[in-house]
Design a protein around this ligand. Structure first.
Ligand SMILES: NC(=O)C1=CN([C@@H]2O[C@H](COP(=O)(O)OP(=O)(O)OC[C@H]3O[C@@H](n4cnc5c(N)ncnc54)[C@H](O)[C@@H]3O)[C@@H](O)[C@H]2O)C=CC1
Ligand SMILES: O=C(O)[C@@H]1CCC=N1
Length: 271
């Protein structure tokens, strides 16, 4: 069995751990490094996994997943370098940090260390993630396949060039937040129109779940599915007209462009 060390037990580290356990991977194959004691305790209690220091977690792991904030990556690599050196390059490094280029890992780890960079998202937590992966200079097709094998049980995996990862971050890395914001706004609007909050919440959540299931399962595009809801001169046409007048498409383009630009900035700031 592949032994996986997750360095950083925050939001994305937990999403990965929870997804992998949910997909049937035994807890004994996972170890996590988490510096905050309270959070470490929480992870052990919730998932029954071992929590330890970065170097100890990495020792003996086949795959080391770096899941700390971009600015914390260099310090983590200083802790990991001696362990990777000791393993004779037999370990695969996986980075989930937004923006941080594979060249930064390559510069701080022993020459020849294979790196695969991933941009995941939090729905991994429930086995519904979307991840894009890209190989660093020393990562082979087998290394990419190993990462795909690790992540496929927790969601979709696509391969992209590293130059596209900032755009991927804008679309799917940050993407869940856009939908959560839409749900929040729809619930508030439902309440403003007189529905009890519980009813507005239940109806909105099931509407997004149902719409997502249709998008995933049918051959029809989003445009076709929307047309099927929109009766001529009806309620949906009235609502969508307001959304268009409110500039929803331009707002999304601006939002994703800002996310892409921030990803580029985070990468530059981590070097
Ligand atoms: N949250 C999200 O939706 C996504 C996050 N990411 C990326 O994942 C990375 C982590 O993000 P989050 O999980 O949201 O952040 P977070 O702040 O929730 O988690 C990071 C964890 O790393 C721990 N940590 C920091 N330095 C450490 C050290 N030296 N040793 C052990 N533990 C240490 C922190 O205590 C914290 O619990 C970031 O680089 C982010 O760009 C990528 C995709 C989606
Ligand atoms: O907000 C962030 O920077 C991270 C990367 C993608 C999602 N969360």
């Amino acid at each position: 069995m592949t032994r996986i060390a997750v360095i950083g037990g925050g939001r994305i580290g937990e999403a990965l751990i929870s997804g992998l356990l949910g997909a049937g991977r035994p807890a004994k194959d996972l170890v996590v490094a988490e510096k905050f004691e309270e959070r470490a305790r929480e992870l052990t209690e919730r998932f029954g996994i071992r929590v330890t220091s970065t170097a100890d977690a990495a020792e003996g792991a086949d795959i080391i997943v770096v899941a700390v904030k971009p600015g914390d990556v260099p310090a983590i690599l200083d802790d990991l370098a001696p362990v990777v050196e000791e393993s004779d390059l037999d370990q695969l490094l996986v980075s989930m940090a937004a923006g941080v280029p594979t060249t930064l890992f390559e510069a701080r780890l022993p020459a020849g260390t294979p790196i695969v960079r991933v941009m995941p998202n939090t729905p991994m937590l429930v086995g519904q993630g979307a991840s894009a992966v890209t190989a660093g200079r020393h990562a082979t097709a087998e290394h990419l396949a190993a990462v795909e094998a690790m992540l496929s049980p927790v969601g979709l995996v696509v391969k992209v060039g590293e130059a596209q990862l900032d755009a991927v971050t804008a679309v799917s890395g940050s993407g869940p937040a856009y939908f959560f914001l839409v749900v929040e706004a729809m619930v508030d609007a439902g309440v403003a129109l007189g529905l009890p909050r519980t009813v507005a919440t239940e109806l909105t959540v099931q509407t997004i779940v149902g719409s997502a299931a249709m998008l995933a399962d049918s051959d029809e595009s989003a445009t076709e599915l929307r047309a099927a809801v929109t009766s001529p001169g009806g309620t949906t046409a009235a609502a969508v007209g307001q959304l268009e007048r409110g500039g929803v498409r331009a707002a999304l383009l601006d939002a994703l462009t800002a996310a892409r630009d921030r990803s580029v900035q985070l990468g530059a700031g981590s070097q």
